[in-house]
Design a binder for this molecule. Structure first.
Ligand code: CP
Length: 304
């Protein structure tokens, strides 16, 4: 049976901690020959900078080779080839497939038809579990723990797959969540229900002020995703509703770190980049190490 990574919900606390420990070992020594002779496919049906390039860098740094596409228009899916046929074809050539797709559930479906492991690199507004693993690694590195943290999720909580996955992963660690979103982009009921079922504490806010974020350990900013809106007038109404500025950080905790899955549009002002509390570029760098760990785990390869 292949070992795909489709949803963060599949990972136990022990498994999460073990992957974080593996990521730390890869960070200490990222260049190895662990994937010598392996071919990894990256199939990106949606645009990406960080996820695709960090997966591909992970393969390159581990001595493997990469095939794939970054624009579905250049693949035969543009001629009408089904996702199943694409996966069956690529699995003839590659040992593992990393896939991003605009349809929710596409990664699950691919994992059910694929003879080789699938890593979900984002499926619509559903999940982005490798992003969550790098978020957890970033939180662990900056806070020294994942337990009992005040985590503020800000912006597009409706379509933001990274916040959905992070919420689910944190169920093991007794977080206090704060959801800051305009009502049009509020956390969907299914995730609030998930919180209730798993005893995850949360408070909802519509205000985004210095006072609201005063006791945050993690401030997780998100982009309002134009590509998810069917009504562009609604996008225009909400796109600039929350902007983090350096002034707002004056009364915040010393240990506060600002995360963002990136890309940003204008929800974090550029003056925040100078703050020692800004961690989003290091966060993206952490993606390399966690993806080295995930690829090896899915291929059942012991680190060498
Ligand atoms: N965080 C993230 O998924 O970025 P990309 O869309 O650039 O891959």
């Amino acid at each position: 049976m292949t070992k795909s990574f489709v949803t963060i919900a599949d990972l136990s606390k022990e498994k999460i901690m073990s992957l974080l420990e593996a990521a730390a070992r890869f960070e200490a020594n990222p260049n190895r020959k662990t994937l010598d002779g392996k071919v990894i496919a990256t199939l990106f049906f949606e645009p990406s900078t960080r996820t695709r390039l960090s997966f591909e860098t992970a393969v390159n740094r581990l001595g493997g080779r990469v095939i794939g596409f970054s624009d579905a228009a250049t693949s035969s899916s543009s001629k009408g080839e089904s996702l199943k046929d694409t996966i069956m074809m690529v699995s003839n050539y590659a040992d593992l497939i990393v896939m991003r797709h605009h349809l929710e559930g596409a990664a699950r479906y691919a994992s059910e038809v694929s003879p080789v492991p699938i890593i979900n690199a984002g499926d619509g507004a559903n999940q982005h579990p490798s992003q969550t693993m790098l978020d957890l690694y970033s939180i662990y590195k900056t806070q020294g723990t994942l337990e009992n943290l005040n985590i503020y999720l800000v912006g597009d909580l409706k379509y933001g797959r990274t916040v959905h996955s992070l919420l689910m992963a944190m169920r093991h660690f007794n977080p206090q969540f704060h959801f800051i979103a305009p009502k049009e982009l509020a956390m969907p009921n299914e995730y609030k229900l998930y919180c209730k079922e798993h005893g995850i504490k949360y408070v909802e806010h519509t205000d985004f002020t210095e006072e609201t974020i005063a006791d945050a350990d993690i401030l997780y900013m998100t982009r309002v995703q134009r590509e998810r809106f069917t009504d562009l007038m609604e996008y225009e109404r909400v796109k600039d509703v929350y902007i983090l500025k350096a002034d707002m950080l004056k009364g915040t905790r010393d240990n506060l770190r600002i995360l963002h899955p990136l890309p940003r549009v204008n929800e974090i002002a550029y003056d925040v980049d100078e703050s020692p509390k800004a961690y989003y570029f290091q966060q993206a760098k952490n993606g390399l190490y966690i993806r080295e760990a995930l690829i090896c785990d899915c291929l059942n390869i012991i680190e060498s």
